[in-house]
Design a protein around this ligand. Structure first.
Ligand SMILES: [Zn+2]
Length: 491
């Protein structure tokens, strides 16, 4: 398996493509304007304490004051056991004091950001929590032995040099699974260094300023996704190439020789047809090489994926053709899940197979492909109707959510009324107007397909209607109208 990462940076957005064996598998997009502030640490100033709400407003230098609840404030003396009642906000905070806080929810509309003082800073394998002296292991690491191994690496780490150690605890992230002592400890040291610099800034920084920001997308990718089998990381911005190099030197030094600046004439996302593949990943239909195809439907409750054979399969070897199509689909589906970043409940409708061994093989291949997915997935079984159920952890927004909005023409139904339906609505509207007001002439404004139909297939009906109401009906194409839109004007 050869893997390559392509990074495309413009002032407006950063896009990261993960390409495996020449095929685009994942894409991440971060829009500069929409870059969130969740995870940022600020030196804030308490501006109002609200005893009735057990909360306070904190100015962190944004347009609106941010909000913190008493339960999210670490008591100054940690004599209290977890689970004891939350102290009253007035005992915890006073107006005018400065406070180090981390954002847990983005500000939305008129609501300010939501804050906590329980700070946490992620790295590749760990999350460091300066105020929580425990070691925890991600629940997603199932194996008990592995959990213990990782826990002991973190807990039995060598004492740092005198005066350089940090308090607090670590959470071991799922990404640590299977990694050795050296890598995990490198992460501990990185976080210790990082935290000491954050602490220094906490002291020196002015109130209402940011002290720590999560990394930009292209560096986060290095932190979270990079695997040893990565052959090359290519980035098309010289300025950020330098930053990336420095980051990789500090963080994942083994990768440094594989980071390259891409000065190419051709846009970097034209390599491996990445740009085309992104466009295709927004469509419902996915063509398979065998002639079959997938139909991907996202609803609010779940995603359904329907597997279909090509138009003609013949009678001979039908079972064999279906089996081959399902096998190809088992690979294509996992790619689509990753590429579109679909999360939640996923229902797959493979083509029915008689042979139980074929069914097992298709499921096994699906499972094997899912192992390469960065998101946690779980096959939960096959229903009585033969539907394969699975879940995939929702991480970020799906590709569609990042790039698209509901269609205003069909209001996200996915279909629009036919010109025929619109014509009959127009006839009813004219009759309604005629009864209510009456007019010498009616002018109908509608889209091209609707006017075409009125003048052609419906011309006899129009003539009947004109005779019936004894008025003239005129038509005018409005190029800006969608097919469903029309107006009846009295002249
Ligand atoms: Zn639409």
């Amino acid at each position: 398996m050869s893997e390559e990462i392509l990074i495309n940076i413009t002032p407006m957005e950063t896009r990261v493509a993960v390409v495996e064996n020449g095929v685009l598998q994942e894409v991440y997009i971060e829009r500069t304007r929409r870059r969130g502030i969740v995870g940022n640490i600020y030196k804030g100033k308490v501006v109002r304490v609200l005893p009735g709400m057990q909360a306070a407003f904190v100015d962190i230098g944004l347009e609106r004051a941010a909000f913190i609840h008493a339960a999210d404030v670490t008591p100054p003396s940690r004599g209290h056991q977890a689970g004891s009642d939350v102290e009253s906000i007035s005992a915890l905070l006073r107006e005018g004091q400065s406070l180090i806080v981390q954002v847990t929810k983005e500000p939305i509309g008129s609501k300010g950001a939501r804050l906590t003082t329980h700070l946490s800073i992620p790295s590749r394998y760990l999350v460091y929590m300066p105020h929580t002296p425990h070691t925890g292991v991600s629940q997603r690491i199932d194996d008990e032995e592995e959990r213990e191994r990782l826990r002991s690496i973190v807990e039995n780490r060598p004492e740092p040099e005198k005066g350089k150690g940090v308090e607090g605890g670590f959470i071991i992230r799922t990404a640590a699974e299977g990694y050795g002592e050296e890598e995990v400890q490198a992460d501990v040291h990185f976080l210790e260094r990082l935290w000491r610099s954050v602490e220094r800034r906490c002291k020196e920084a002015k109130e209402r300023t940011v002290i720590y920001e999560d990394l930009p997308l292209f560096m986060r990718t290095m932190r979270d996704f990079v695997r040893p089998e990565i052959e090359k990381i290519r980035i098309d911005s010289r300025e950020n190439f330098t930053k990336l190099k420095e980051f990789v030197q500090e963080f994942v030094p083994s990768l440094e020789p594989r980071v390259e600046y891409y000065p190419g004439e051709r846009p970097i996302f034209d390599l491996y047809g990445v740009e085309d593949e992104i466009q295709k990943a927004l469509g419902r239909k996915v063509q398979l090489k065998s002639g079959g195809y997938l139909v991907v439907d996202q609803t609010e409750a779940m995603t359904t994926i329907d597997v279909n054979t090509g138009a003609f399969v013949g009678h001979r070897n039908l079972e064999e053709t279906i089996f081959k199509t399902n096998l190809e689909a088992a690979t294509a589906i996992v790619r689509q899940l990753r590429l579109r970043n679909l999360g939640g409940i996923i229902i797959i409708d493979f083509i029915d197979m008689e042979d139980a061994e074929h069914q097992r093989q298709v499921l096994r291949l699906l499972e094997k492909n899912l192992e390469r997915d960065h998101a946690k997935t779980k096959l939960t079984g096959v229903t009585e109707l033969g539907l394969v159920q699975m879940t995939r952890k929702r991480t970020r927004e799906s590709l569609e959510q990042v790039m698209c909005e509901p269609c205003p023409t069909c209001e996200a139904r996915g279909t629009i009324k036919t010109p025929e339906t619109v014509c009959y609505e127009i006839f009813r509207e004219i009759l309604r107007e005629e009864r209510a007001y009456g007019s010498k002439t009616y002018l109908v404004l509608a889209s091209q397909p609707v006017v075409d139909r009125l003048l052609d297939e419906e011309s006899a009906s129009v003539a009947d209607l004109e005779l019936f109401i004894n008025k003239t009906i005129k038509f005018q194409v409005e190029t800006m109208y969608s097919q469903e839109q029309f107006d009846v004007v009295l002249l």
